[in-house]
Design a binder for this molecule. Structure first.
Ligand code: LTN
Length: 326
């Protein structure tokens, strides 16, 4: 039986945090290990050039993300791992798709509107064109499933629209990909549980590379709520609910069992325990990452790059024939 293709990527644009891990990376590893898909996981380095960076920073971010993929459990023996920029077909297909993409579709994209803000006219064209490159990433591999957060649904819908449009104009070439939503926890910032955990709020953000002392300090300072009960209630107890979610996601103990376990106990004890759960979970990842050198990581991604390039180039020949370039 041939397995359906699954693809996803993460941008190398700064340190990964626990929200990224539970929202994407951990899920990638589970999908890889399920054996149900032919998996491709890549580093969306071209996409990440749409945000400000220095070349030195960028190179370090790419190497760091490669090592993080491997440390989290993605394996070149089970999935094809590669860097987007190592395969020219991604940019090449993006260009051809550009020529069938209406400006209006891209102008409507919520992420573009949010990221460009008031300054849409000075925003770089890459930011505007971001969803078309993403469509190319997916369509090149005859992808069936794309695990993404719901913030990417609109982009994936565009990929489907472009596949349909290309197919109807030039003949069946692409498969329409589907978003794969799994139940991922949405972590909130430790210092302000009304806001999403994000690297732009470092005090409330648990980074995967944080040392145990930092983790304990951040959790010690985490905002709790009025009252003293340890109970899941996002509305009246957003801080405690977020900590319960973090504990449960990493320990595997259900939230209701945790509520029972901590009945009658104080916030301070609970926060200390959450810190230990986080320290323990990250220790495994951090130890694995230490053992993976940038050279070793780059070699694994180069191998995957060769394998994906073959598939992508074959697809490009088909595309070029269809549109009359060759
Ligand atoms: N836009 C995605 C990253 C991304 C991606 C993709 C995900 C780029 N290309 C193709 C899935 C498939 C993000 O920022 N989460």
């Amino acid at each position: 039986m041939i397995k359906p293709v699954l693809i996803s990527g993460i941008q190398p644009s700064g340190k990964l945090h626990l929200g990224n891990y539970l929202g994407a990376l951990k899920n990638f590893v589970e999908l890889q290990n399920s054996g149900k898909y032919r998996c491709f996981f890549f580093i969306a380095d071209l996409h990440s050039l749409t945000e400000s960076y220095t070349p030195k920073e960028k190179k370090a971010q790419i190497e760091d993300l490669m090592r993080s993929y491997l440390a989290a459990g993605l394996s070149p023996a089970k999935a094809t791992l590669f860097a987007q920029s190592s395969i020219p077909a991604h940019s090449e297909l993006a260009w051809i798709l550009n020529t069938i993409t209406p400006m209006g579709e891209l102008r409507r994209m919520t992420q573009f509107k949010e990221k460009s803000g008031e300054g849409a006219e000075s925003a770089n064209v890459g930011l505007f064109d971001y969803p078309v490159l993403m469509a190319a990433d997916v369509l090149l591999y005859d992808t069936a499933a794309v695990p993404v957060g719901d913030d990417q649904d609109q982009h994936l819908e565009l990929a489907r629209t472009l596949a349909r449009k290309f197919n109807s104009r030039f003949g069946k070439t692409f498969i329409e990909p589907k978003a794969l939503h799994t139940n991922v926890p949405r972590l909130m910032s430790l210092d302000d549980p009304q806001k999403k955990m994000s690297k732009s709020r470092p005090a409330g953000c648990l980074f995967l590379d944080d040392a145990p002392a930092e983790i304990r300090a951040k959790l010690g300072r985490a905002t709790t709520d009025s009252g003293r009960e340890i109970k899941y209630d996002e509305k009246s107890k957003p801080g405690i609910s977020n900590l319960l979610l973090i504990h449960s996601s990493l320990s595997g103990v259900s939230i209701s069992s945790l509520e029972k376990k901590y009945a009658g106990k104080g916030y301070a004890d609970f926060k200390r325990d959450v810190a230990e759960v986080v320290v323990k979970a990250l220790a495994l990842y951090q130890a694995a990452k230490k053992k993976i050198s940038p050279t070793k990581a780059c070699a694994a991604f180069a191998k995957g790059g060769n394998a994906s390039a073959k598939i992508a180039e074959k697809k490009m020949v088909e595309v070029k024939k269809k549109v009359g370039l060759i």
